[in-house]
Write a new protein. Structure first.
Length: 56
């Protein structure tokens, strides 16, 4: 699928979905008061998002 000159595949969208799932985990950890775990999961979400962007 081409959107705005970028070619999106199933795997791109799946990687972005993983990043969104991890961001939901960050919110959950922050609500529970686990800030260190939230930072680790935020880092992993950033890596997943960067991987999705680089795969484009």
């Amino acid at each position: 699928m081409d959107i705005g000159g970028l070619h999106f595949t199933f795997f791109n969208i799946a990687v972005f979905a993983v990043a969104l799932f991890l961001l939901a985990g960050v919110y959950s950890f922050i609500k529970q008061g686990l800030k260190a775990a939230a930072l680790i999961v935020l880092f992993l979400a950033g890596l997943a998002f960067a991987g999705g962007v680089m795969w484009l």
